[in-house]
Design a protein around this ligand. Structure first.
Ligand code: TXA
Ligand code: MG
Length: 311
């Protein structure tokens, strides 16, 4: 494929290539080239304190950037790679320190997308890949949503992302989820044969979890069904993202699926749609589902919106 050859050339020259994954599009650069990695931080406007995920073709490539490969990592990689699970492990000292924001641990994952797996194999080196959006904004789930100047970033179009929200970030010994994602603590516990906690508290979570994140430009409110009439009566045009229609009707209704996997697949594209619809407010009905995936979705929604406070 011509695009892939061009992408490999760009990466080898230290430039950036946006690549498709099963979760969201990533902003790729050679993980072993410090100046290319610094360029990713610049282009995204990302704080240098927030480390990057390293994408690998397989466990052999993961071992090129990690200093240890414990049994737990092997078991998890066998069960979930390629797939939306990021493992946090001790890093190899020769990995540019920018990748880990100066820390001793590196986050690695093998993405489940044929285009990007082929890109990794052809390039033969690991790629850093934060979500391909400007820092703090909504992650892109289509190639068209990656909006960087073409001379700065080559975009490989692999179609819309199936997963729709970012990977689960897992620290080991003991296993704990730093960022909830498409793979749930229960799925991890089943494979590991031990309990997996959701890390809580500001120290425990991934650095990237501390900020307001995944947010549209338009003010966005997260509300309960009973709050809708009060929010609806505000002046200005309002878009509503909800799994069911509410009365009185909004200016723009953006229906969301009831199934959490379909909800995840749709969420970021819907937030972007609402953002360009010319409304003054985006209202999001807080989902009430119990499935574990809703925990990850509520995490993203709580960062993309401000919770509605009753007067
Ligand atoms: O699904 C995904 O993970 C996507 C696709 C492109 O692979 N990538 C992604 O990257 O979401 P990014 O940079 O937007 O988010 C990476 C998250 C951040 O919350 C960051 O703080 C955390 O992973 N992280 C990265 N390295 C870490 C480390 N060494 N220790 C703890 N957390 C880390
Ligand atoms: Mg991101």
């Amino acid at each position: 494929m011509r695009d892939l050859a061009a992408a490999v050339d760009r990466l080898a020259a230290g430039s950036l290539v946006a690549f498709p994954t099963e979760t969201v599009y990533g902003l790729g650069a050679d993980a072993l080239n410090a100046s290319a990695v610094r360029r990713v931080f610049q282009v995204k406007g990302r704080p240098a304190t927030n480390p990057l995920i390293v994408h690998v073709a397989d466990t052999a490539m993961a071992r090129q950037v990690t200093a240890e490969w414990p049994e737990e990592a092997e078991i998890l990689a066998r069960a979930f790679w390629p797939g939306p699970l990021t493992l946090v492990l001790p890093r190899r000292p020769d990995l540019p320190s920018e990748v880990t924001a100066g820390g001793d641990l590196v986050a690695v994952r093998c993405p489940d997308h044929p285009v990007t797996l082929e890109l990794l194999r052809r390039f033969g080196r690991p790629l850093v890949g934060p979500s391909a959006n400007r820092s703090g904004q909504v992650s892109p789930t289509t190639a068209a949503h990656v909006d960087f100047p073409p001379e700065e970033v080559l975009v490989l179009d692999g179609g819309p992302c199936r997963g729709g929200i970012e990977s689960t970030v897992l620290a080991l010994s003991p296993p704990r989820v730093l960022r909830p994602g498409l793979i749930t603590p229960r799925q991890l516990a089943k494979v590991l044969g031990q309990e997996v906690q959701l890390a809580s508290g500001p120290q425990a979570a991934s650095p990237g979890q501390l900020e307001r994140h995944y947010a549209p430009h338009t003010p966005a409110l997260l509300l309960q069904e009973e709050d809708w009439p009060a929010v609806r009566s505000r002046p200005g045009r309002i878009a509503l993202l909800a799994c069911q229609p509410l009365e009185p009707p909004p200016d723009l209704f953006l229906p969301m699926p009831i199934d959490p996997e379909a909800y995840a697949e749709r969420l970021y594209a819907r937030l972007r749609e609402a953002d360009v619809a010319g409304v003054e407010l985006i209202a999001v009905l807080a989902p009430v589902g119990e499935d574990e995936l809703w925990t990850a979705l509520r995490d993203r929604l709580s960062r993309a919106t401000v919770r509605y406070e009753r007067p």
